[in-house]
Write a protein that binds this ligand. Structure first.
Ligand code: ZN
Length: 582
């Protein structure tokens, strides 16, 4: 058994102390820290936060040689247990690494636990503590009883599982519910006093029941593929994110998104939080179990490539909001507003004509996770376009009296909830519909052709309407505006009036036709939509003036709105009922 002792040792210096004990080490025992965390496809070099490594066997010091950025060799002699200790700096509030201060602790094993090479398939244990007075720990890792209150013990059958159960530490809010016969726990760190925990529990329970029914039917014997589940939510002033695990998820959300006592209506922020919860819970099936064949064996030392993130993130993004609707947490008009947001996001991404979602999946490591001012022009999000491909597949299947729901269940059954590849997806589509989707997959997934969304949406009695876009958006400008920073250009979209005029990312926009700007869209009050105007801007301390000629026919000038058709034709109406329940 590989043993880790983890102590929140110095909260003011944000440092954990970790000691790993290896019984029967080999003469040249290698240990290494992962460079990435599964679910977040970027090399993050967690080892940069390790320091003070020391090794002993009994009382005898052992030479520890670092051999690359994240690996060490302990020169052992004899069979006495090897003990390696070190400190880990932890001050990142994201869900991907580790955090420690006076109020709270959080960690993923990938940030704290050195991998003992050659011993990954043995059981691994964590002894946690002593914890500060009043603190508790929440994790989905199996707890082992101890006689100490302030020291806790947990166990995993192997290293992969050890690093797949994050820990939340501190004085968090905690609540429980049972869904489909399985205990689910929600902990919330950093909540306001007026936080309506019961509402979060009730809504999440409905959502979990809808998801279990999605995968396994609604019979009494329907059970999810885990025997406990933890939602570990940290709320902060500003922040958003989630990371999926086999029996838990770590979530980060803005504090204002929490439901509040005595506020009845579902506000946008709360719906956003429920969407995040839905997304990560769906991943317990789609990516943690049903997963890319290439990721069957994880390599913690380097990038792990797959062309299928469009499927695992895109399909999950498609169903996250749709399952809020099916659970009765939002109504169809609100669902269509959320869907229109994704449609518009992809429509105004010129990179969709440059990069396919298969390429976008493969390059996630250096592109999606390293966004810059050119990202929209050169890449497409496998989340956003992946979700629209899922929509296009679902609506195409519904025309053939099938659905993507059936395809997902068929994939789950045929793979026994395990690894799949694109051929399996193509085969499941063929079997569910009686038709080949190979040509469409080539176009939509491996090509950059537009998705026929308008036709497909009309076939389920949804109208696609056009509204005029805001002034900055219609010119192809993405801005950040603030009273102190002024109007800064974040990016300039390809084939836009702004690019034509020579505006660049980083420019500060000052005046239109000699009138000082406070907010850019205010200029719409004194220039006509299609009339050329003079824009004064600052770049690298110099004031420049450029002429901007708005393009009335540009797709940036319009946003799409989706609505339920008032008097639909019968077949379309029946399909819409099957899809949206209305
Ligand atoms: Zn995801």
């Amino acid at each position: 058994m590989i043993e880790y002792r983890i102590e929140p040792a110095d909260r003011h210096a944000h440092q954990y102390r970790v000691t790993v004990t290896v019984p029967d080490p080999v003469a040249e025992q290698r240990l290494s820290l992962p460079v990435w965390i599964p679910g977040s496809y970027m090399v993050r070099e967690f080892a940069r936060h390790l320091c003070g490594l020391q090794a002993v066997q009994g009382r005898r010091p052992v030479v520890l040689d670092q051999i690359d950025k994240a690996s060490w060799v302990a020169r052992c002699s004899g069979r006495a247990a090897l003990r390696v200790s070190y400190r880990v700096y932890a001050f990142d509030t994201s869900v991907r690494t580790a955090f420690l201060d006076q109020r709270r602790g959080f960690f993923n094993g990938t940030s704290l636990c050195l991998r003992v090479e050659g011993r990954e398939s043995e059981p691994h244990a964590i002894e946690l503590g002593p914890l500060p007075k009043g603190w508790a720990a929440a994790t989905s890792m199996k707890a082992v009883t101890t006689d100490s209150v302030r020291r806790l013990r947990f166990q995993s059958p192997d290293y992969d599982e050890l690093v797949d159960h994050p820990f939340e530490l501190g004085t968090f809010w905690s609540g429980r519910f049972v869904a489909a016969g399985v205990e689910h726990r929600i902990v919330v760190a950093g909540a306001w006093p007026g936080f309506d925990g019961q509402r979060l529990l009730d809504d999440t329970r409905r959502l979990c029941e809808a998801q279990v029914a999605f995968w396994h039917g609604s019979g009494r014997r329907a059970k999810p593929p885990f025997d406990r589940y933890l939602f570990a939510l940290n709320v902060v002033d500003e922040g958003h994110g989630g990371l999926e695990h086999r029996a838990s998820t770590a979530l980060l959300s803005a504090r204002r998104n929490l439901p509040r006592l005595a506020v009845a209506a579902a506000e946008d922020g709360y719906v956003d939080l429920l969407g995040l919860i839905s997304h990560e819970y769906f991943h317990a099936w789609n990516v943690k179990r049903l997963r890319p064949r290439e990721l069957t064996e994880l390599d913690y030392t380097r990038e792990n490539y797959t062309r299928l993130l469009w499927f695992f993130e895109g399909v999950t993004s498609y169903y996250d909001d749709l399952l809020l609707l099916r659970a009765g947490l939002i109504d169809p008009p609100r669902y269509l507003r959320l869907l229109a947001k994704s449609v518009n996001a992809v429509r105004t991404t010129p990179g969709r004509r440059v990069q396919s979602v298969a390429e976008s999946s493969f390059d996630a490591w250096i592109k999606y996770y390293r966004a810059d001012e050119n990202t929209s022009n050169a890449t497409v999000s496998y989340y956003a376009k992946g979700a629209l491909i899922a929509l296009a597949l679902d609506l195409s299947l519904r025309r053939l009296d099938s659905s993507l729901d059936q395809v997902m269940r068929a994939l789950w059954e045929s793979s026994a909830g395990g690894p799949i590849d694109e051929a399996d997806i193509a085969q499941a589509l063929r079997q569910a519909s009686g038709q080949s989707f190979d040509r469409l997959l080539r176009r939509w997934v491996h090509g950059v052709q537009e998705l026929p969304l308008q036709t497909l949406l009309e076939s389920v009695a949804i109208d696609v309407n056009e509204d005029r876009a805001g002034f900055a958006a219609s010119l192809g400008l993405r801005l950040s505006e603030g009273p102190v920073s002024g109007i800064q250009v974040r990016s300039v979209l390809a084939d836009s009036a702004a690019m034509q005029a020579g505006i660049s990312a980083g420019d500060e926009l000052l005046a239109v036709d000699g009138w000082r700007l406070r907010k850019f869209d205010d200029a719409a009050q004194w220039v006509r939509p299609t009339q050329a105007f003079e824009l004064m801007l600052v770049r690298d301390q110099r004031v420049l003036t450029v002429m901007v000629q708005p393009d009335g026919r540009s797709p940036y000038g319009r946003t799409l709105r989706l609505t339920l058709q008032a008097n639909p034709e019968r077949t379309a109406m029946a399909r819409r009922r099957a899809w949206l329940g209305r």
